[in-house]
Design a protein around this ligand. Structure first.
Ligand SMILES: [Zn+2]
Length: 440
C-alpha cells in the first residue's frame, strides 16, 4: 500500500492541487500519503518523491511538501536549486520544522537540513519561528502566546511557507488536532499561483539508482547511496543464515529487491521488496540492530505465502535474533532474554494467559512466542524451526486460505512427530486438532 500514488477524489472544474510529498530526505509513514489525506482530500492528487530531490520533475506540480530531514542527508545544491526554480515558477513549498526545546542559557536554532533551506528565505526555527525582514512575511500567530506559528512569503511567482511540525498531524488515526480548518484553505489559495494539468502525467519517481548484489537488486538515491552497498552486503551475509534456520529458500518471487529508506525508523516488507531504514539502530556505528532488522524484514518474506498466525511479528524478530546469534553478536541473546523476562512478569511459567485472547498484552504474546520457539529448539532441535518450515511448505498449498493457530500447531506436530496440541493447550493456547485439516 505504500507504493501506490494516492488518488484524491476531485470535483470537476475546480482548482487542482498536485502535491508531491518528499520522502527522499527523510522517510516517514506520515509523509507517505497521510498528509495529503488530512489536508488535500478532494482537491487533487498527491504523489511521493522516493528519488533524489535534485532530479524531481516538478513541472506539473504546484505544491511541494517538505519535512526537515536528517543530518545524514543534507539538501544537495541541486535539491536547493530545484526547490528554488519551482518557487520562481509559481510553486508553493511547505517546510515543516520541529521547534527546538531551549535548555539552560544556551539558545539554539533547529540545524536540520530543512532549516538550511528555510534560512535561505529568511526563516529560522528555535522554540518559535524567527523571521528576517518581517514585512515580507504574512504570519499566522498562536492565539494564546502571540508567537508566529506559520509564515509565508512570495519567492518569485510562488510561495514559501514555513511552520512548526507540531501544527500538523502525527497520530496514525488522525485524532490529533491538525488545523485543517485553516491550513487546507491556505494551501488551496496559495497553490492557485501555478496551474497544473490533470491530463498530463503526474507521477512520483522511485529511487533512481539500482545495484545488483547476488540475488538482490538494491534500490537507492543520491542521498542513501553511502548506505546502499554496506546494507546490501549485510543482506548477503544474513541470507545463508536465514536459509539454514528456516530450512527453506524464500518462496517463489519473494525478496528480489531491497530499498534503502532514508530513516532510522525501521523498515517494511511487501514480500518481493523489503525496505530498510538506512541508519536503523545507529548503523553503521552499531551493527546488531541492522542485522536484526534485515533478518526481521527478510523473515517476513520467508514465511510467505502464509503469514504466521499470532506471532508473525515475533517470529520475524526471532529469526533476526537467530541470525545475530550465529554471527556471534552478544546483543542477540540479550534481546531474546529481555523479551522472555517481560513475558514472564505477566505469566511466570507461561501457562496462564491465552495469547490468542483479545486482551493478551503485547509483551505476553512476544515473550510466549519466543518461549515456544526456544522450547521447540530445545526439545526437537537442532533445527526444529527448519523442520517446521519445510513441513509447512510441503503441506500447506499456496492457495490455502487463512492459516490459523490450529493449522500451525498441526504443522509443528507433523514436523516433530509428536502431537503438540496438549502441550500448546498447557501453555493456555486455545487450539484444537479438530479445527484443522492438516492433522489426521
Ligand atoms: Zn515486521
Amino acid at each position: 500500500m505504500f507504493l501506490s500514488a494516492l488518488l484524491l477524489a476531485v470535483p470537476q472544474a475546480q482548482h487542482m492541487v498536485h502535491s508531491v510529498s518528499d520522502i527522499s530526505q527523510e522517510f516517514s509513514f506520515y509523509m507517505d500519503g497521510r498528509f495529503a489525506r488530512q489536508y488535500l482530500d478532494g482537491y487533487g492528487r498527491d504523489v511521493r518523491n522516493w528519488g533524489s530531490l535534485s532530479k524531481l520533475d516538478l513541472s506539473n506540480a504546484n505544491l511541494l511538501l517538505l519535512t526537515e530531514g536528517d543530518s545524514r542527508i543534507p539538501y544537495s545544491d541541486g535539491a536547493i536549486d530545484n526547490v528554488n526554480c519551482f518557487l520562481q515558477e509559481g510553486g508553493t513549498v511547505l517546510m515543516m520544522l520541529k521547534p527546538v526545546v531551549q535548555k539552560g542559557k544556551e539558545f539554539s536554532f533547529n540545524k536540520s537540513p530543512g532549516s538550511v533551506l528555510a534560512k535561505k528565505y529568511g526563516a529560522r526555527m528555535a522554540d518559535v519561528l524567527h523571521l528576517d525582514q518581517q514585512h515580507v512575511w504574512t504570519i499566522k500567530h498562536d492565539d494564546k502566546l502571540d508567537n508566529p506559528l506559520l509564515a509565508w512569503r512570495k519567492v518569485g511567482e510562488g510561495n514559501f511557507l514555513v511552520g512548526s511540525r507540531k501544527l500538523f498531524g502525527h497520530r496514525p488515526d488522525a485524532s490529533d488536532p491538525i488545523n485543517a480548518e485553516w491550513i487546507t484553505p491556505l494551501l488551496l489559495k496559495l497553490t492557485k499561483d501555478k496551474k497544473v494539468d490533470p491530463k498530463t502525467a503526474f507521477k512520483g519517481p522511485w529511487a533512481e539508482h539500482e545495484m545488483r548484489l547476488g540475488p538482490l537488486v538494491v534500490e537507492y538515491h543520491d542521498g542513501t547511496e553511502p548506505f546502499a552497498r554496506a546494507i546490501g552486503e549485510e543482506y548477503q551475509k544474513i541470507r545463508p543464515h536465514l536459509v539454514e534456520v528456516t530450512g527453506v529458500e524464500p518462496s517463489e518471487g519473494m525478496i528480489k529487491r531491497l530499498l534503502i529508506l532514508p530513516t532510522g525508523g525501521g523498515g517494511f516488507s511487501s514480500g518481493a521488496r523489503i525496505a530498510i531504514g538506512a541508519w536503523w539502530g545507529n548503523y553503521p556505528k552499531q551493527r546488531y540492530g541492522m542485522v536484526e532488522l534485515i533478518g526481521h524484514e527478510a523473515g517476513h518474506s520467508w514465511v510467505l505465502p502464509h503469514a504466521e498466525p499470532l506471532w508473525n511479528e515475533p517470529i520475524a524478530t526471532w529469526l533476526g535474533i537467530q541470525v545475530g546469534k550465529r554471527m556471534g553478536m552478544p546483543k542477540a541473546e540479550e534481546t531474546l532474554n529481555r523479551q522472555l523476562g517481560k513475558g514472564r512478569k505477566l505469566d511466570p511459567d507461561f501457562t496462564k494467559i491465552n495469547p490468542l485472547s483479545q486482551d493478551a498484552p503485547r509483551d505476553l504474546i512476544w515473550g510466549k512466542s519466543y518461549f515456544v520457539f526456544e522450547e521447540m529448539e530445545r526439545r526437537f532441535g537442532p533445527g526444529a524451526m527448519a523442520k517446521y518450515f519445510r513441513t509447512k511448505r510441503a503441506t500447506v498449498s499456496a492457495t490455502h486460505s487463512s492459516y490459523t493457530m490450529d493449522d500451525c500447531v498441526a504443522i509443528w506436530s507433523l514436523a516433530t512427530g509428536e502431537d503438540l496440541f496438549p502441550w500448546f493447550r498447557s501453555l493456555a493456547f486455545d487450539v484444537q486438532a479438530e479445527r484443522t485439516k492438516f492433522y489426521p
